[in-house]
Each structure stands twice: as structure tokens, then as C-alpha cells.
Design a protein around this ligand. Sequence first.
Ligand code: MG
Length: 445
Amino acid sequence: MNRRNIVKSLALMPLAAYPTLSHSRDKTQNSHGLDQSEADYSNVKIRKVRAIITAPQNIELVVVKVETDQPGLYGIGCATFRQRAHSVVSAINDYLDDFCRGKDVNNIEDIWQTAYVSSYWRNGPVLNNALSGLDQALWDIKGKIAGMPVYQLLGGKCRFAVDTYTHASGPTPEAVVEDVQKYMEQGFRNVRIQLGGYGSTHLSKEPAYKRYQFGSPDDNTLDANAYISGTVKMFDLVRQKIGNEVELLHDVHERMQPMDAINLIKQLEQYRPFFVEDPFSPENNGWFELLRKQTSVPIAMGELFNSPHEWIDPMSKRWFDFIRIHISQIGGITPAMKVARLGEWYNVRTAWHGPGDVSPVGHAANAHIDLAVWNFGIQEAPRFNEALLEVFPGSPTVKDGFMFVNEKPGLGIDINEELAKKYPAPKFDYNWTQLRKNDGTPVRP
Ligand code: MG
């Protein structure tokens, strides 16, 4: 028996005992169409790594495609860092492609570890997103070779579907109540409530800095007192009108001074929030210890984290209850699984960041991890428009407030590259990160 046949027979042996398994390799082709009886997938070489940029929902999305030397075998992964999308494209096309060519797709951990240090300096958002696109594409390929969805490779299902929360908002507490009711009618049991946009800037009066022509004319203004009192009123009215049957979440979006955030959270305690998210900017991690001593409100943190130095210490000190990293911002499924496992031992649950600037491929990766890890907490639900669903066939679906993935091997999702070209990246809008206090001081998200 030659090496190729030994590999084949070993791969077939355990599954042959369970012929009813839907993922059985006891077929000529698996459901991805890969020929399992003749081909040897023990050493599949990377032929090319390339970035695809598209914006079907008018949000820049970057997806990596890893092509292999096996006909029809490729993988895709999310590398979306909307705010510097073109820099990520360069990191992929100008560096990772060259670095990866000829490597064996089977060795995900080895490729991740060597690519991670290939720039020497590391843990920044541009390089981590490029790495994530590569990493997720390799997991997609591994699933296709195995004939299994990625969640099976991560340990199998720990729950039947992924419980999610959606976003309700409005300019007034009354409008927020109506929005919450709308989503509850759609089956959502968990709703994030926000009074307007980030920092409720519509509540701010004309700021002094604009009278003195300081800053840019489009800059937003944060009035922390107006935001805090408005948010408390919103929680109060939602609980009065809707009662306790809905879980309420809230995102501070990091923009408060630490003591303002702590005061807000103490006032919200009586309304039993499911969690309050991102009370501090990542530079203020050290304030969590004080927050923890002041309130029992569950805290979610971490969408701006990029480096292990930002989460290892706070998680191991149990300073927050939910870790809500943006998975492509730390380098993909491989490091996210390590974060999830770390959290298991400290009872820190996952709540991965899942807004519109995660591609449907990234949402699929979120969902596959959500299904498999014991300490899953909750998932921010995606909202896909029709154009996005056409460009990304096989995207996860949301029904009754739960997210589902399909049973196709890999991440179960593809990209229609011809259609993707119809939606070029728009000019980036800097405005939403530009926020000032009354005197013009820039506020950090
Ligand atoms: Mg957030």
C-alpha cells in the first residue's frame, strides 16, 4: 500500500463504521463536489492568496480567497477592516500572497504562527485582518476537504442555533419603545437599545467650538450629561411599557469619561440590563477593577481589542462578563477559539462583534464558533440586504431571533466575484469617528 492509499484508508476507517453520518466520506464525492476516492488531500499547496473588495450594502468589505493546486478547491475568509480597507488589500496582495505560495493548506496553526511574526511587528488591525482572511479561508478549505461544516471541526454543536440580539434605536424614548416592539414581533428576545446614534449626539446643543470655527464643520458633539440622562429615561420607559419579558442591552460606545460611564451603569442596574457594552476605550482597561466593585451589571467589552495584551489580564481577573472581540481584528478563527477557551475557565462568555462591517463570511465564522464553544453568550445579529445575499450565496440566516448556518462543508458560504465587481468601495466617511466636547477636545471611541 503506497502512502497515498494509507492516508486514504486511515481517513476512511473511522467514518466507515458510521455509514448513516451525513458527512461520511464513503462516497466518490463529498457535498462540496471534491473527489474523495481518488484525490490525495494530505498535501495541498496554496497557489494564490488574493483580496476581493466589494460594498453591496455600501459598506467596504474585504474577503480573502485562497486558491489551491487542487482543481475547484479554494476557501474564503473575512478580512474586513472598513476604516482601512485598501491597506488590508495591500497587506494581502503585496505580502501574504508571496509568503503563502507553496505552503500546505492543511497546516493552519503553522501558517498562522509563521504569518503572524512574518512582519516582525504585529497585533495591529491592518495585519490582523489580512491574517484573518487567510486563516478563515484555510478553515473553509479544511472543512471542504473533510466534507464537514467548520463547527464540526471545532467540536460540534453545543446548541441547536445561535441566539442573537438586534438593534433598536430612535431619537426619543417613545420611538425606541416602538422599535423594540417591532423587533419583538419578529421573534427577537434580546434587543440593544440606543437613544439615537453613537453618544446620542442629537441631544447636544450647538457647541462653543463651532462658534469659534474650531474643528471641521461636520464634526459631532458629545454632551455626556444629556447622553446619560437620556439613556436612563429610555431604559425607564422601555421597562414601563414592555416589562421584563425582553432582554435589554446597551452600548456606551466607549466615549464616556470612566466615572461618567460608572455612574451611568449604576443608574441602569435597576432596569436589569443583559449587558452594558464597551463602557471604556481600550486605553482605560485599568478602570474595570473599579467598575466591578461598584455594580453587578454584566459588562461586555472588546470590539476595539487587537492584541492579546488587551484581553488576557482583564479576562483572567474576571473584570467583564462577555468578550466581544471583532474576530477579524485579532486574526481569525484560530485565535478566536483560543480566546473562547480562555474565557471558559473564567466564565467569560463570548459575544463576538457582528455589525454591518463584518462580511457575511465573517458572520458565518462567528456562527460556526458560536455553535461549538460551551461559553457562548450571545451574538449580534447580522442584517443583510438583497444585494449582499446575491454576492454571498450561503450566508447565515436569522429566524425567530436565532442565527443558522447551512450544512455545507467549510463555512458554507461563497462569493460571486462577477457580481461583487458591481459594488465598488465608496469613498470612506471619516465623520462618524469625529466627535468633540463643547470646548472642541476630541473624544476617543
Ligand atoms: Mg460596540
